[in-house]
Design a protein around this ligand. Structure first.
Ligand SMILES: Nc1ncnc2c1ncn2[C@@H]1O[C@H](COP(=O)(O)OP(=O)(O)OP(=O)(O)O)[C@@H](O)[C@H]1O
Ligand SMILES: [Mg+2]
Length: 281
């Protein structure tokens, strides 16, 4: 699989209030392949957003290197291409919407880039269909639900046709319905359109939907693997101040309390129910 993002000994230090450096990333080596769906987990302050900012050249390394589609993000001549390759979606949809009509919002960045009107029309319609918001194209964004607004923000990003989308806790401000809508769109970006997806989240039920999970801790990558491989390491996750999916919690709790030896790698409710059914029989 060819790479889309690679970090080499990436370090990043903020300048603290007293002027002293605050080390947020302490040597991150990570390669993400084209077409992957990677969830990034980590407790508050572990460096997830700082890392994500490097994938879009919002932040530049204070040590080490970041390559996006083989471009060195620290090369000022590549900033524009890097941002076009790897787009960002943030937590608060209200901060990302600029226009008073949905379709104008999705078209906004394309107009600024001087894309021809016919092509804008086509790309905006395609992007709105992709997020299931085409019928709302003439609505006012501020009248929509949080989940709908976030889908509009995602449409604005995919109208730019990036190869990679980084979403920094895109469901954090949404109700359960909105979270489901946005997660469905996120899965489709990856599965249907082949866009590389990097999803930063605090929700384990979202992370299990990825094909790879990266756990950040104190500015470093603590764990990196397939969801089942990561989520069965219950003690290590608790050590990184993370929870595990409820299904894993139930099964590992049963093992602990009853001395049973159930497989704990059930990531869906159905899988978990199957294990429990066998156990009870
Ligand atoms: N603007 C800033 N100035 C100084 N220090 C900062 C700044 N932004 C973040 N930090 C520090 O850098 C470290 C990493 O922060 P970052 O925001 O990347 O973590 P995070 O994993 O995204 O956390 P959260 O889950 O709360 O979003 C933390 O110690 C944080 O306090
Ligand atoms: Mg963050």
């Amino acid at each position: 699989m060819s790479e889309i993002i690679r970090t080499e000994d990436l370090e990043y230090a903020y300048r603290g209030e007293d002027g002293a450096p605050v080390q947020a990333l302490g040597g991150v080596n990570l390669t993400i392949g084209r077409g992957e769906f990677v969830a990034v987990l980590g407790h508050n302050g572990s460096g997830k957003s700082t890392l994500a900012g490097h994938f879009n050249a919002i932040r530049l390394p204070t040590g080490g290197k970041v390559y996006v589609d083989l471009m060195d993000t620290a090369d000022p001549e590549k900033t524009y291409e890097v941002r076009k390759t790897c787009a960002m979606v943030f937590q608060n949809p209200d901060n990302q919407l600029v226009a008073t009509v949905v379709e104008e919002d999705v078209a906004f960045a394309l107009e600024n880039l001087g894309v021809p009107p016919d092509e804008i029309r086509r790309r905006v319609d395609d992007a709105l269909r992709a997020v299931g918001m085409y019928e709302f194209r003439r609505h006012a964004p501020h009248m929509l639900s949080g989940g709908q607004k976030q889908r509009i923000a995602i449409a604005g990003v995919i109208a730019m046709m990036p190869r990679c989308v980084v979403l920094d806790e895109p469901t954090a401000m949404l109700d359960p319905q909105g979270r489901r809508e946005v997660m469905q769109v996120v899965r489709e970006l990856n599965a249907r359109f082949g866009i590389t997806v990097i999803l930063i989240t605090h929700h384990m039920d979202e992370a299990v939907q990825a094909s790879r999970v990266v756990v950040m801790h104190a500015g470093k990558v603590l764990m990196d693997g397939a969801p089942r491989e990561i989520f069965t390491q219950v003690d290590a996750l608790h050590g990184a101040r993370l929870t595990v999916p409820q299904t894993v919690e139930v099964l590992s709790g049963l093992n602990r309390e009853t001395g049973a030896d159930l497989p704990i790698g059930a990531l869906t409710v159905d899988e978990c129910a199957d294990v429990l059914e066998k156990y009870l029989a």
